[in-house]
Design a protein around this ligand. Structure first.
Ligand SMILES: NC(=O)c1ccc[n+]([C@@H]2O[C@H](COP(=O)([O-])OP(=O)(O)OC[C@H]3O[C@@H](n4cnc5c(N)ncnc54)[C@H](O)[C@@H]3O)[C@@H](O)[C@H]2O)c1
Length: 285
């Protein structure tokens, strides 16, 4: 291993796996004084063709169909986990226990127990770990955090986040892992609202109370074929099944700074955060 490189592995060669691979590839274009340059060592995906495609595009040196082989690869020093949510806990813990650095996608599992298990493994192993809260690096957000930290904006009494995306907008979009409780969890809360919660915590503070409303606007979808990508469409004759989680959620929350004695009415009046979020806004034909 060259001392000027950092061996990187990516688990999951889907939407985010591609994005992570591109980000590692482009890093030296933007940051010229990197102490170590990412070297794309391996990509793992249960769909061998997806791994091979990613290797061909980004130049990974090898591919695996079992993520354990990637984690055990001695040339891999840091791992990006971009697999479905239900795998985050097992893979995240294994990466840390192998003494490797971790870049893991939100929501880090299906529930807070999963997230805590990964965080504990990271602490025990003393490796570094980051989560895919990608909006934190947006220049306006970074500047807002700086101004807030300096006290230049005074006391923040209300923050509003609205996240709209189209990846679940088409009713013929297939029933991928995302729309199942077993692999996707709660749905848009895991998928998108976590970015709003992440921004509240990054900019304003921890939440101590929330009320929420959620719904499923698209309740049935065509079944996915193996390795179905995010934008695959089912045909007219495709078998159909139930969407198990939400594609809309609105949350009203109060941060720790709020008045502990307030009742719910006052809480709504002095809301610290409101985050209407949905995953079905149409932005593509
Ligand atoms: N930070 C963000 O803005 C953002 C955006 C989208 C998705 N995500 C997160 O990224 C993760 C992946 O989402 P995606 O949209 O890329 O999904 P995707 O369905 O496009 O890709 C997932 C890939 O994982 C592969 N996979 C499934 N089981 C596997 C296993 N056992 N081992 C290895 N690979 C396996 C699938 O074949 C697929 O190629 C999710 O946790 C999601 O929440 C984050």
């Amino acid at each position: 291993m060259s001392t000027s490189s950092l061996g990187v592995g990516v688990v999951g060669a889907g939407w985010m796996g591609h994005l992570h691979a591109r980000a590692y590839s482009r890093l030296p274009h933007h940051v010229t004084d990197l102490p170590r340059r990412p070297r794309l060592v391996a990509v793992a995906d249960t769909a061998a063709a997806a791994a091979a495609d990613a290797a061909a595009r980004y130049g990974f040196e090898r591919t695996y169909t079992d993520w354990r082989d990637l984690v055990n690869d001695p040339d891999v020093e840091a791992v990006s986990v971009a697999a479905p949510n239900s795998l985050h806990r097992e893979i995240g813990v294994a990466v840390a226990e192998a003494g490797k650095h971790l870049r893991i996608e939100k929501p880090v599992g299906l529930c807070s127990d999963d997230t805590r298990a990964v965080a504990d493994a990271v602490d025990r192993a003393q490796v570094s770990a980051t989560v895919g809260f990608n909006y934190r690096a947006v220049p306006t957000v970074a500047r807002a955090r700086r101004l807030l930290g300096e006290g230049a904006l005074g006391r923040i009494t209300h923050a509003r986040f609205r996240l709209l995306t189209d990846f679940a907008a088409h009713p013929d979009g297939v029933l991928s892992w995302r729309f199942t409780r077993e692999h996707g969890g709660t749905g848009v809360l895991n998928d998108l609202a976590v970015h709003g919660v992440g921004l509240v915590r990054f900019l304003v503070g921890d939440l101590r109370a929330v009320v929420a409303d959620a719904d499923r606007f698209i309740r049935r979808r065509p079944l996915a074929t193996a390795g179905a990508g995010q934008y695959q469409r089912g045909g007219d004759r495709a078998p159909i099944d139930e969407v198990e989680n939400h594609d809309y959620v609105a949350l009203l929350g109060r941060t720790l700074d709020g008045d502990e004695d307030d009742g719910l009415d006052e809480c709504a009046e002095a809301a610290a955060t409101t985050r209407p979020v949905n995953a079905i806004s149409a932005a593509r034909p």
